[in-house]
Design a protein around this ligand. Structure first.
Ligand SMILES: [Zn+2]
Ligand SMILES: [Zn+2]
Length: 149
């Protein structure tokens, strides 16, 4: 009686390639979109695919693998990065007035526009100190006069 050997094995094929923003390299890199499918094997030869398999993206720089959605990821623009930093400063105790000055000087922003953004960052409810400085609602102490808010 002949011995019949069957089993399965994953076969990986390259579906596509291009460049993307790799989250771990934090820069643009080449990627390969790969597809691994389990194949039915007969005497170790893959005969036909079984099941859908997995698609994933591999970075050629770091060899990291990601879900396909990574291809739609865009890194923050310079402006978004700066606004993120400003928000952090505002939340950690810098007054709206000081922040407004920075935005006017560093981003050449219009004073009213800068103020509008700052108020939005405070969800429209900035805290006001008796000395007149305004703060993000999370801030508990005035950095100018030291009063509790
Ligand atoms: Zn990478
Ligand atoms: Zn104050």
């Amino acid at each position: 009686m002949p011995i019949i050997i069957w089993g399965s094995r994953g076969i990986t094929s390259d579906l596509d390639h291009g460049d993307f923003h790799c989250p771990s390299c934090d820069c643009r890199e080449e990627f390969t979109l790969k597809h691994t499918r389990p194949f039915f094997t007969f005497f170790f030869i893959p005969i036909f695919p079984i099941g859908g398999g997995d698609r994933y993206v591999e970075c050629r720089g770091c060899r990291g693998t990601y879900k396909e959605e990574v291809l739609r990821y865009e890194p923050p623009t310079e402006g978004q990065r700066i606004l993120g930093q400003l928000y952090e400063e505002l939340r950690t105790g810098t007054s709206l007035q000081v922040m407004q000055g920075k935005m006017i000087n560093q981003l050449s922003m219009d004073p009213d526009k800068a103020w509008g953004i700052l108020e939005q960052m405070c969800e429209g409810k900035p805290r006001e100190c008796s000395c007149g400085q305004r703060y993000h609602p999370d801030v508990r102490k005035c950095s100018r006069c030291g009063a509790d808010l």
